[in-house]
Design a protein. Structure first.
Length: 377
């Protein structure tokens, strides 16, 4: 089975990591996967041996998700858009996929309509069109007017054969973030469970408190607030670890290291991060998809500070669900201070242990669902 997977990370790397995990599972099952990657290369990425074709890269800024930019921050123009569209269409023709897998569209990635709509038209025009699927995380950002809902539903009806939802409806059904999801035919929807990595076999206790910010494209302010919050917590005399992330600048990491007091370490990346988290007493982090799965798998008590810039609502809802389930204490990003964070850490330390029975084998299930759907055509 030949599969073309269109992947685009704009700011953080959560989408990218999930796409890597899905691709590795597909390759391991014997399928031929080509990844069309539209973002900057991510340090440590692992596609499992799939062919990766890099499109001209683009990104956005935290406060402006609408404007596509070159990696140097300058806005892209129509010439760039046309060039990238033609490169993607040529790749589609070269691969001739049995399955075309998109990341989020049309629920997200509206900035990429200039290339994705022509791609979908090209797919539909084939003598034997590929199965077209879209890959969604558990929660999407869609605080849009009714007109936009209708636009998305129309595109799903016209072009999408399968909506893969990488979550568990027992925690959050798609309707919580996309109110008209019930109008998508049941035959077009499939919950895969969360796309989680294999849990760590042995905890690595090197820190009592672990502070992390995902890929590090945002979150520098949280790390600084956490650094200064230590004296306000019951863990003031315990070792802390701050993890900056693969996308954080060297200068930002160096500044944190220079300011860190004795007993507090600062690292860019830990290959054994989840084992370190499993050995910790408490986690301080944002509430991205992969971070939330790390917390679920390791069982660590947590304080969640959801990212909320640029109209983002995804992390706030996820943090709310974790708090309602007794798995975290949440604090708003706005107005966060060291003493407020310290008080939240102390409250989280008293949370009773809670285990959520959720499906965490989303990569395997995605492969099974796609394989069965393609075979049934």
């Amino acid at each position: 089975m030949r599969l073309l997977f269109h992947v685009q990370h704009f700011l953080g790397v959560g989408h990218h990591r999930r796409a890597e995990a899905l691709t590795r599972a597909l390759v391991a099952a014997g399928h031929t996967v080509t990844v069309a990657s539209g973002g900057a290369p991510v340090p440590g990425e692992d596609w499992g041996g799939a062919r990766v074709v890099h499109l001209p890269p683009a990104r956005v800024e935290a406060a402006d998700f609408r404007t596509l930019r070159h990696l140097d921050g300058t806005p892209v123009d129509d010439t760039w858009r046309e060039d990238r569209k033609q490169k993607l269409l040529a790749l589609f023709g070269d691969v001739a996929p049995d399955i075309l897998l998109l990341e989020g569209f049309p629920f997200a990635r509206r900035q990429l309509q200039f290339e994705l709509l022509p791609l979908l038209e090209a797919a539909k025009a084939q003598p034997r069109p590929p199965l077209v699927a879209t890959s969604l995380r558990d929660i999407i950002v869609f605080n849009k007017p009714p007109k936009r809902h209708e636009e998305v539903l129309d595109l799903v009806n016209r072009f999408i054969d399968l909506v893969l939802i990488h979550g568990d409806p027992a925690l959050v059904p798609l309707e919580r973030s996309f109110a008209t999801a019930d109008r998508i035919p049941a035959a077009k929807k499939a919950y895969t469970g969360f796309v989680a990595p294999v849990p760590p076999s042995t905890p690595n206790r090197i820190a009592s408190v672990v502070v992390s910010v995902g890929g590090g494209a945002v979150g520098k302010a949280l790390l600084w607030t956490a650094l200064h919050s230590r004296p306000f917590t019951r863990f003031a005399d315990q070792p802390w670890l701050l993890v900056g992330g693969a996308m954080m600048s060297e200068a930002a990491i160096a500044a944190l290291r220079d300011a860190a007091p004795e007993g507090m370490s600062v690292e860019r990346f830990r290959p054994d991060f989840r084992a370190v988290l499993a050995g910790a007493d408490l986690s301080i982090s944002m509430a991205g998809y992969n971070t939330a799965l790390d917390i679920l798998q390791t069982g660590v008590r947590s304080v969640l500070i959801p990212f909320a810039e640029g109209g983002e609502t995804e992390q706030a809802l996820r943090a709310q669900l974790f708090a309602e389930a007794g798995r975290a204490v949440t604090v708003d990003q706005a107005g966060l201070t060291p003493d407020l964070l310290g008080a939240s850490v102390n409250r989280a330390a008293d949370l009773p242990p809670v285990t959520l029975d959720l499906a965490l084998d989303g990569a395997r299930r995605t492969v099974e669902i796609l394989t069965a759907r393609e075979a049934a055509r």
